[in-house]
Design a protein around this ligand. Sequence first.
Ligand code: PEP
Ligand code: MN
Length: 337
Amino acid sequence: MLIVMDAAATVEDVRRVVGAVEGLGLQAHPIPGAQRTAIGITGNRGTVDPGAFENLPGVSEVIPVSAPYKLVSRESKRENTVVSIGGVPVGGARLAIVAGPCAVESEEQAVEIGRRVRDGGAGLYRGGAYKPRTSPYSFQGLGVAGLKILARVREETGLPIITEVLDTDTVDVVAEYADCLQVGARNMQNFSLLKRLGTVRKPVLLKRGMSATIEELLLAAEYLLAEGNYDVILCERGVRTFADHTRNTLDLSAVPYVQRISHLPILVDPSHGTGKRSKVLPLSRAAVAVGADGLLIEVHHEPERALSDGPQAILPEMFRELVDEIRRLAPVVGRSV
Ligand code: PEP
Ligand code: MN
C-alpha cells in the first residue's frame, strides 16, 4: 500500500503518518517525489485498512500497490530515480559510463587503466578486489590490498569507485573504500548479503543473475530498499541461453521492460553480456539505443596478460572510440555523455 501526501503536506504531516504506520507494527518508507511525498508500507501480511490513514492531515490518497516489488515499482514513485555515486549521477539525462579492468591486479595496472579510461570519457571506475571465480584455482582478487589500490586510482583520476562485495563479512571494509558496492550476478539472490547492504549508506549496483527473471531481479532490489537503501542501480549483464556464440545472451529487452515498471536506473554490461571484445562496441550502441542509463565496460591495456576476463576486455583506444560513438548516438535518444 502507498500513502500519497498532497503537495502542501508538511514535514509534521509526513511524520504523523509514519507514526501511524509504525503504530500498526508496519514499516513506513517515505519516498520524496518532485511534487509530493509518497509513503510506502511494508511488513503487512494481509491487507491494511486504508481508513487508518485516509483522514490524517496532509493525506491525498491511499492506493494499493499491486506489484510484488512495492518500493522499486513505478506505482510507488513515478519519477526516475537518479543515484549519485560520489557526485556522478546515474539515471538522469547524462549516460553513466563505467569502465575499468575486471580485476585489480597491481597499482600500476589499475592506475594506468584508470587514467586511460578517464581520458577516454569514463565518469566512473570499476575494478574488482574480490572476484567471484568459477574455479577456486583462478585469481581471486587482491582483497584489502586491492581496495587500497582502488583508493589510489580515485586519488589519481578523480573518478568515483565501484567494486564488488562478495559476502557479508567484507561489507564494512568494502564500504569503507568504495563509492558504490557491486553485487555480482552470482550473488543476486544472496538474501543475507542484500539485507546487509540495505543498511549501508552507499549506493549498490545490482547485477542480474544469469538465470534470473526480471521479477526476481526487482525483488532482489526490493530487499535493499526495504532495508532502507534507496540508492540502487540495476545492471543487465546477459543471461544463459542455448546460444553459445557469445558467453551470455545480452537481454536488451530487459531495459525498456524494467523502465516501464520500475523507477530505478539500469545499466547494460556488454562485456560480460557477450564475452567477446569485438562485440562490445556494437552491443554498446544497441544498449544506448534501447534506452539504457549507462554502460559498464571492461577495459585492459594488456588484455592478453589480464588475470580475468581478458578476451572481453577492450583496449583503451577502443574505449575512446566507443565513447566518441556513443556521444554522437546519445542525442538521438535524448541523452548526452
Ligand atoms: C564482473 O563484473 O566482473 C563480474 C564478475 O560480473 P558478473 O557478476 O555479471 O558475472
Ligand atoms: Mn569481469
